[in-house]
Design a protein around this ligand. Structure first.
Ligand code: IMP
Length: 431
């Protein structure tokens, strides 16, 4: 398979970073297509720890090309900070090794101020955003008043756009959110300066992808967040502001649907969610605590403790349908050792009625009760197992159950954070 999209099947934090890092070995080009620095993963390279929010982990391999597509929203300060941090630690990031789309929208200081101000105003009903200005930036994109990476390279255009938009933002900040207005000159000068540094990286990413395809390159599209955080198909309004499903790779990178050969869904062996919003299989007892402690379930971007619960088959089937999944990678299976029996949610009950899909109405979602099936658990530590055959019978049965219920094969199983703690049944790039 030449073009693979990797997506999260739940509410993000499924361990996509590790699987992407693993598949990167076989890819020539790695592309981000949505989200921004609300995502994040930690990579250990040459004994040094790196936290990347925007740049794909392919950056550690000098022969690979890393692209940030038009669908991503970019905080230039964060992007330049990542480049500086990599270079300070000896990882070279020259233009050509990294490219950024001229059409990607910029996260501006007012986006962050509005994100914070709105959440504070909402109080108990807040979404629990990462506070990075993601939603307000996408809002401006759709409202046709956003500022793009390419605009920074045209001083006059940038000035005119910023003047117009800042007047409105300052009114909103001051009058509605009760915040301090922002200074035009400060933003103008600092962004122009950052634009100059970014200029050599700016290109037409869609065109780069076409060239890559023409030379037979293997392309990995790296999704951020997860299916249930999708702006259209997730648990709205408790979602992020982009299309996290596989289709987002097309418009977020500038390729047609026929480009995609394979969609790999990353699914944690249980479920977690960070921030507010519905989570039918959430556990508030010691089992949830066990998952959080053993799984180290604390957000990599905000450090917030993640909510934990049983695997949700309804969510899984939604992910299969919404992404057109070709296969699954099951992550963090080792965390479930010692829990017996295991529960899996097979359907919901809403007001006494059985449901096989997620209700769209948020008030109905709040009344969802999970219907569970029990499966035998296992006591053994599986973190050193490298072959499917060597797993305990109950672990194999759990994986087979997932395959049967989802209707797609499990190609990879992760049993620990290290790259080699992975059981590869089939490598999607070698299929
Ligand atoms: P935003 O993307 O910062 O606007 O946050 C909206 C919702 O998406 C919040 O519930 C966040 O916690 C969640 N979210 C955003 N990015 C991630 C991620 O990378 N992993 C998990 N949850 C995320």
């Amino acid at each position: 398979m030449a073009c693979i999209v990797v997506v999260g099947t739940q509410w993000g934090d499924e361990g996509k970073g590790k699987i992407v890092d693993l598949l990167t070995a076989d890819a020539d080009v790695i592309v981000r297509f949505q989200g921004g620095n609300n995502a994040g993963h930690t990579i250990v390279f040459d004994g040094q720890k790196f936290i990347l929010h925007l740049i794909p982990s392919g950056i550690f391999h000098p022969e690979k090309t890393c692209l940030i597509g038009n669908g991503v929203v970019i905080d230039p300060q964060v992007l330049l900070g990542e480049i500086d941090n990599l270079e300070a630690k000896g990882v070279s990031v020259p233009p050509g090794h990294l490219y950024v789309s001229e059409r990607a929208h910029l996260i501006m200081p007012y986006h962050k101020a509005i994100d914070h101000g709105r959440e504070a105003k909402k109080g108990k009903t807040k979404i629990g955003t990462t506070g990075r200005g993601i939603g307000p930036c996408y809002e401006d994109k759709i409202a046709r008043r956003g500022i793009k990476v390419g605009d920074l390279l045209d001083e006059e255009l940038f000035k005119a756009k910023l003047e117009e938009v800042l007047e409105e933002k300052n009114f909103y900040l001051r009058e509605y959110l009760g915040q301090e207005p922002l200074d035009f000159q400060e933003i103008y000068e600092s962004y122009l300066e950052m634009g100059k540094r970014l200029a050599p990286y700016v290109t037409n990413v869609s065109l780069e992808l076409e060239k890559a395809r023409n030379r037979g390159a293997k392309i990995l599209f790296e999704g951020a967040q997860g299916t249930q955080l999708d702006i259209d198909h997730g648990t709205y309004p408790f979602v992020t502001s982009s299309n996290t499903v596989a289709g987002g790779a097309c418009h977020g990178a500038g390729v047609g649907p026929t480009t995609i050969d394979f969609v790999l869904g990353i699914c944690k062996a249980y479920t977690t969610r960070v921030g507010g919003g519905p989570f039918p299989t959430e556990l508030f007892d010691e089992t949830g605590e066990y998952m959080r402690e053993r799984g180290g379930e604390f957000g990599s971007t905000t450090g917030r403790p993640r909510r934990c619960g049983w695997l949700d088959g309804v969510v899984l089937r939604e992910a299969v349908r919404l992404n057109g999944l070709s296969a699954l990678a099951i992550t963090k299976l080792d965390v479930l050792s010692g829990l017996n029996p295991l529960k899996v949610c097979v359907a919901y009950r809403v007001d006494g009625e059985r449901r096989e899909t997620f209700p769209a109405n948020i008030r109905e979602v709040e009344r969802v009760e999970p219907i569970y099936e029990e499966l035998p658990g296992w006591e053994e530590d599986i973190s050193q197992v490298r072959r499917f055959e060597d797993l305990p019978q109950a672990t194999k049965d759990y994986l087979r159950w997932i395959e049967d219920f989802a209707g797609v094969p499990v190609d990879l199983v992760s049993v620990g954070p290290a790259r080699d703690q992975t059981i590869v049944l089939r490598n999607p790039f070698q299929r």
